[in-house]
Design a protein around this ligand. Structure first.
Ligand SMILES: Cc1cc2nc3c(=O)[nH]c(=O)nc-3n(C[C@H](O)[C@H](O)[C@H](O)COP(=O)(O)OP(=O)(O)OC[C@H]3O[C@@H](n4cnc5c(N)ncnc54)[C@H](O)[C@@H]3O)c2cc1C
Length: 311
């Protein structure tokens, strides 16, 4: 029987930071990961002190090296199912059907970003097409920035981007929905509103240059930000019936605990902001509480054993 103090599903910043804290607490920890970390498309990662502009793959590799120093195991396989058994243990099944057991389970499986179905988008995603201005707008400051907003309202994103450039335009790809007052505010901020249906986006070496409309007209841009929603990368939290927000994020308490005893969720999958540093911090918080709980349980067992001996 493969038994662990804690199994962590997801080896992104949240899962790996939890792993390093628990490893340093001398806990027996197993991390599962499929290496689909959310920012894998981007050329460089920002907003993490001492690691400015690092490639996400390099950040993950460095983090993995740190967990190995503390004896944490990493299995590069997908977890397909998890449940709790009658002995209050988590039973975790990987994609090959192998079963593992743990006292605690941390879900750190992140989110996925469906891209708009526009020709050329995928090729330039992460190089000149982004969705988070805090992560990527500094690099394109003072350039011609577009906001793609067909399926979601891009009003707030367009206004926010005015902090980085005077030249911002919003593209709704044939949709003409704005809330009352929004068009006026966009215009007051000198943001072009373009509602023409889009044929494709084109550029060179990942750098977007043009938005081409179905009527063959064009608009020149140097970068494009988009809003298109997100989905959970994995439905494990739902199988435990975790409470979800309206946007589809898992609701936890301030220590990343869910309603199910021993089950934690950290990183983008839960309610907080989507940053590597926030995900890592949540992983660390969860790890501290997991470690405390494990120690309490050991102490309780020792008390019970001492009582039996005394009787
Ligand atoms: C294009 C882009 C650029 C970004 N740039 C920045 C930036 O510059 N700075 C910044 O702070 N943030 C940035 N972010 C946000 C950042 O990527 C996330 O906040 C961060 O990755 C969240 O970490 P996480 O550990 O919660 O999830 P993730 O990093 O997504 O990791 C989750 C891991 O879980 C694994 N997984 C999922 N399901 C399973 C399963 N069933 N079994 C096993 N493994 C599983 C996945 O393979 C993945 O490796 C960016 C995001 C995107 C999309």
């Amino acid at each position: 029987m493969q038994m662990f103090d804690c199994i962590i599903v997801g080896g992104g910043p949240a899962g790996l930071n939890a792993a390093v804290v628990l490893g340093r607490c001398q806990r027996k920890v197993l991390v599962f990961d499929t290496e689909q970390y959310r920012n894998r498309y981007t050329h460089a990662m920002h907003n993490y002190l001492t690691r400015d502009h690092i490639k996400p793959a390099e950040f993950i590799l460095l983090s993995q090296q740190e967990i190995f120093k503390y004896g944490v195991e990493l299995v590069k396989k997908r977890v397909v199912h998890a449940r709790k058994n009658d002995e209050d243990l988590f039973v975790v099944k990987d994609e090959e059907g192998t079963i593992y057991y743990s006292k605690k389970l941390l879900i750190a499986t992140g989110l996925a970003d469906p891209l708009p179905e526009v020709e050329g988008f995928q090729e330039m995603y992460g190089t000149s097409i982004f969705h988070c201005p805090y992560c990527d707008a500094w690099e394109v400051r003072d350039k011609r920035i577009g906001v793609y907003a067909k399926n979601k309202n891009g009003f707030e994103l367009a206004i926010a981007l005015k902090g980085w450039s005077n030249e911002v335009a919003i593209f709704t790809d044939g949709v003409k929905k704005f809330k009352p007052g929004e068009k006026e505010e966009l215009r007051a901020n000198d943001i072009d509103i373009v509602t023409l249906p889009i044929e494709k986006v084109t550029g060179t070496n990942g750098m977007i240059e043009k938005i081409i409309f179905k009527n063959s007209s064009e608009y020149l841009v140097d970068a494009l930000f988009f809003v298109n929603g997100f989905t959970q990368q994995c439905n494990l939290a739902e199988t435990f019936d975790c409470e979800m927000s309206k946007q589809g994020k898992v609701l936890t308490n301030q220590y990343q605990q869910t309603k199910t005893a021993g089950l934690y969720v950290a990183g983008d999958a839960d309610k907080d902001m989507h940053f590597v540093v926030v995900a890592a911090a949540e992983g660390a918080k969860a790890a501290v509480i997991i470690n405390k709980e494990l120690q309490k349980e050991i102490s309780k067992q020792k008390m019970q054993a001492a009582k039996v001996v005394g009787e």
